[in-house]
Design a protein. Structure first.
Length: 569
C-alpha cells in the first residue's frame, strides 16, 4: 500500500539507502531536510525501508570499542596506543613507568634501551604492513633486575594506529589500599610487595631500599604471615588479583597525589562502575576531590562527561566533586531489555548511583537538552536535590511547547522526534557511524558549525582532546547510544510541563549561551514570562559547550551550591 505518500517519497528512500552505504551522507540529508521539518515523511510511509537500511548500516562495520575503552581493558598493565606517525595517542600510568611515554610524545623519546627500541620499531613496521595478522608478540629485557617482559603489538584499523601492551603490572592505589586495609601491611611491607610484583628478587629489593637482605627476608616472612599465604609466589599472585577487585568505597580511596602529571591523570582516569539490582552495569565519571562537596551532572546526548585540565584545577581549588552518571545505552552503561521510559530510567539509575556513593542530597547540574531528566528527578526525588543549575537547558512552556533553535541538526531531530521516531533512531545510528567514519575531530566541527564560539574552542588543545574523547564515547560502536539518544529525544519533545512545577520549590539558575543553536535567544523573554521564578543569565561568546567556555565563572557557582547543602557524603 502506498496511499497518501508525498511526491518526495522515492527521493527520500534513495537518500536513506545512500546513508546506509555511506553514513557521512547524513549531514547533507539533514541540511536539506532539516530546514523544513514538515517535509519529513512519517515512519508508516517509509514501510520496511528503514528496517532494511538500519540493518545494512549496523553491518557496515564490525563492532569495536573506542581507543579509550580499549585501553581501559589493560589498566592493570603498561599499555599505550601509537598513531600512524608513532605519536602516543593514549597511554596509561603503567606506560609511563615501563616505556617512559605519555600522551603527545613520540616513540623515539622512550626510556627503553636502544636495542629494545629497534626491536619494537621493527615489529611495528611488520604489524602495519601485514595487516592480515592481528597481533605480534615479542620478548624484551627492560631492566636486568626486572627480568624479561612480553610485549604484544596489535594493528588497529582504520587509522593505522597500534596498541602496545606490556606484561609489566601497573601498581594501583586500589591495590595499595586493600593491602593496608585488609591485611594491615605497613608502608615498608607494601613497598616490598610492590617490588616483588615488579619482578625484583630479595637482593635487588634490599639494594633499592638500602636495607640488608636479612631485613627484606624478615619483611617477606611477616607479609606471608599477615596474608595467610605460603610463599613469595603467593604474594605476587594475590597482589595482582587485588587489582581486579571491584572499586573500593570512598573512605579508602585517596585523593590524587599532587605530583608532576597528576592533573593529566585525573582527566583521563578510567570511569568507575557499579552493578544495579536488575543486573545492569552503569559507569560514571567521578571528577575532583573524592572528599569534596558533590554535584550531580548530566552529560547531554553528546556525552560531555570529561572535563579539561584547567577545569579540573578550578574544581580542586573549590573542593568540588562532580559525579556524572553515564546514562544507560551510552559508553559501557547497559540498556534494559525491552521498552523503557528514558526519564524514569535516568532517575532510577542516578538514585542507585547516589545510594552506592552514600550521597543523600546535592545540587543537580543539567546540561543542554537534558532539562527533562532533571525535571523528572525533581518530581520524584525532590528531597535529594538542593538546587537546580541549568547550563544551556531550559524548561518547556506551561502548555508543553518549547522554544526551539535555529541549527540544522536541532531542527531535523526535533521534527523527526515529533513525527517519525523510527527516522530519529535511524538518523542517530547514522550520526554515530559518521562520527566513527570521519573521526571525532571532524565530527565536532560538523556539530559546531552553527556556533563560532564552539568552533573557536576546538583550537584549544586542552579542550579539543577532551571533547574528542567525549564524542568518541557517544559514538562507541559497542554501545547502544543511537537507541538511547533517539528514545531520549522523542521523550524530550513530549509535554513534561507538569514536572517543571516541582522546580519552583527550589533555587533554580538557568544559564543561556548567546550562540546556542538549539535556542532562539530572541524568545528568551517568553521563557522569562512563563517562568519568572527562575534566575536567568545570558553568557556571551558561548555555544553548546558553554560549560567549557565559561568554567571560571560557572565552576565557583557550582561549588557554592554544593557547599550550601550543608553536608558531604
Amino acid at each position: 500500500m502506498t496511499q497518501n505518500i508525498p511526491e518526495s517519497h522515492d527521493s527520500l528512500v534513495g537518500k536513506i539507502y545512500e546513508i546506509a552505504a555511506e553514513p557521512s551522507q547524513i549531514e547533507a540529508f539533514i541540511d536539506s531536510w532539516g530546514v523544513d521539518s514538515t517535509r519529513l515523511i512519517s515512519d508508516e510511509a517509509l514501510g520496511n525501508h528503514l528496517d532494511r537500511a538500519s540493518t545494512f548500516l549496523n553491518r557496515l562495520e564490525p563492532a569495536a570499542p573506542s581507543h579509550q575503552a580499549l585501553l581501559q581493558r589493560y589498566d592493570r598493565f603498561a599499555a599505550l596506543i601509537l598513531s600512524e606517525n608513532d605519536v602516543v595517542e593514549l597511554a596509561n600510568d603503567g606506560a609511563e613507568d615501563a616505556f617512559g611515554l605519555s600522551e603527545g610524545r613520540k616513540l623515539n623519546e622512550t626510556t627503553l634501551p636502544a636495542d629494545v627500541l629497534r626491536q619494537l620499531s621493527l615489529i611495528l613496521q611488520e604489524a602495519r604492513s601485514a595487516r592480515d595478522k592481528k597481533q605480534f608478540l615479542l620478548r624484551m629485557d627492560f631492566q636486568r633486575q626486572k627480568g624479561a617482559a612480553l610485549v604484544r603489538v596489535q594493528w588497529l584499523p582504520p587509522n593505522n594506529s597500534v596498541l602496545i601492551v606490556s606484561t609489566h603490572f601497573q601498581w594501583s592505589t586500589q591495590t595499595d589500599d586493600l593491602l593496608k586495609k585488609a591485611y594491615k601491611l605497613t608502608d615498608a611491607e607494601r613497598n616490598v610487595v610492590r617490588l616483588l610484583v615488579e619482578g625484583h628478587d630479595t637482593k635487588s629489593i634490599s639494594a633499592l631500599r638500602s636495607t640488608t637482605e636479612g631485613t627484606t627476608r624478615g619483611q617477606i616472612k611477616s607479609i606471608i604471615a599477615k596474608m595467610n599465604l605460603r610463599s613469595q609466589v603467593d604474594i605476587v599472585r594475590v597482589a595482582m588479583m587485588l587489582g581486579e577487585m571491584p572499586e573500593l568505597e570512598k573512605d579508602v580511596i585517596a585523593n590524587p597525589v599532587v605530583t608532576k602529571g597528576w592533573l593529566e591523570k585525573e582527566v583521563w582516569k578510567p570511569f568507575s562502575s557499579t552493578v544495579l539490582e536488575d543486573g545492569r552495569k552503569i559507569t560514571y565519571s567521578d571528577m575532583g576531590p573524592r572528599d569534596g562537596n558533590p554535584v550531580l551532572l548530566s552529560h547531554l546526548g553528546s556525552c560531555m562527561v570529561r572535563w579539561s585540565k584547567p577545569m579540573l584545577r578550578v574544581a580542586f581549588a573549590h573542593n568540588l566533586r562532580v559525579i556524572c552518571p553515564i546514562r544507560a545505552g551510552y559508553g559501557q552503561s547497559d540498556l534494559p531489555d525491552g521498552p523503557y521510559d528514558p526519564l524514569q530510567l535516568a532517575t532510577q539509575d542516578a538514585v542507585a548511583l547516589l545510594d552506592h556513593l552514600h550521597i543523600k542530597r546535592l545540587p543537580y547540574v543539567v546540561q543542554g537538552s537534558d532539562f527533562p531528566l532533571a525535571a523528572h528527578f525533581l518530581a520524584t526525588q525532590s528531597e535529594r536535590v538542593s538546587e537546580l543549575i541549568s547550563l544551556g537547558g531550559r524548561p518547556c512552556l506551561p502548555d508543553g511547547s518549547q522554544i526551539e533553535g535555529r541549527g540544522a541538526w536541532q531542527k531535523f531531530f526535533v521534527g523527526a522526534a515529533r513525527k517519525a521516531p523510527k527516522v530519529t533512531e535511524f538518523a542517530a545510528t547514522a550520526t554515530m557511524a559518521m562520527a566513527r567514519r570521519i573521526g571525532a575531530k571532524s565530527m565536532l566541527r560538523s556539530l559546531c558549525k552553527d556556533s563560532p564560539a564552539d568552533l573557536a574552542l576546538l583550537e584549544d588543545p586542552d579542550v579539543s582532546s577532551v571533547l574528542e574523547a567525549n564524542i568518541a564515547l557517544m559514538s562507541d560502536k559497542s554501545s547502544s547510544s543511537a537507541r538511547a539518544f533517539a528514545n531520549e529525544f522523542v521523550a524530550f519533545q513530549g509535554d513534561w510541563s507538569d514536572l517543571v512545577q516541582v522546580a519552583r520549590a527550589i533555587p533554580t539558575k538557568i544559564f543561556i549561551a548567546d550562540q546556542d543553536p538549539t535556542f532562539d535567544l530572541d524568545l528568551l523573554p517568553e521563557l522569562e514570562t512563563a517562568h519568572p521564578e527562575f534566575e536567568y543569565q545570558v553568557l556571551r561568546e558561548a555555544g553548546l559547550a558553554l560549560t567549557y567556555q565559561h568554567f571560571k565563572t560557572l565552576i565557583p557557582i557550582l561549588a557554592e551550591a554544593a557547599r550550601d547543602v550543608g553536608s558531604t557524603p
